[in-house]
Design a protein around this ligand. Sequence first.
Ligand code: FMN
Length: 251
Amino acid sequence: MTKISDILLDRRTIREYSSDPVDDVLLNELLIMGCRASTTGNMQVYSIIITRDEQMKKDLAPLHFNQTMITEAPVVLTFCADFNRFNKWCLQRNAEPGYDNFLSFMTAAIDALLVAQTVCIAAESVGLGICYLGTTTYNAHKIIDLLKLPKGVVPVTTVTLGWPSGKPEQVDRLPLEAVIHKETYRDYSSASIEGYYKPKEQREDSQQFVLENNKETLAQVFTDVRYKNEDNVYFSKILLQVLKDQGFMEQ
Ligand SMILES: Cc1cc2nc3c(=O)[nH]c(=O)nc-3n(C[C@H](O)[C@H](O)[C@H](O)COP(=O)(O)O)c2cc1C
């Protein structure tokens, strides 16, 4: 059995999958392990939608900007913040739910993300490959329609799951000291920013990325191409409307 430390240190996102199926028994085991994750007050305010149907995957794909993993992976999991089930239980037991607010959305979103990451580690521990899709929060309104999510339920992330068709290179990380603060936050000097980001900028793949995108710096690839202000603002407005529509901004 592979050690957990080796699994964690050797992991990488997998975006290409073999045609081998992921059977229901294995998927069920992974989901059972995932649901052992910590959960706020043991409320389990999340739901997981399993998509295996080819037509459903085809319908989901454009909502994830046609990222190929959706149709190529045998399993797509949409993790949702979900107070619907808990609210219903409260109402059936003469208890008044007070979960129509932003804090409750955050609570449920955190719960959903913890389950998602635990399922991912469980999957990676048996050799499966996973890819998170951040596009879920961009098109949450359309995903809500397609997956028939009722009020109280908001999709927060999606994970594609399958057997890897290859072993891509691991990508870099900042050194640990760049992200660790001892006792209190120590803000960054421009010299420390230089030191932490220089190795990333000097990587051949980063330089290629800058060239391909016709930019001067790697940071510009993020600000001007990948995660642009106008897109962030546009999709923020949609997401805020989704939170209102799903009943999380009532007070
Ligand atoms: C919340 C979240 C959203 C992500 N969204 C996408 C995505 O939409 N498409 C994609 O190809 N990878 C996506 N990823 C994967 C990241 O790009 C990947 O984790 C990162 O580049 C580091 O690579 P590694 O996981 O191989 O170490 C996402 C990861 C996270 C945590």
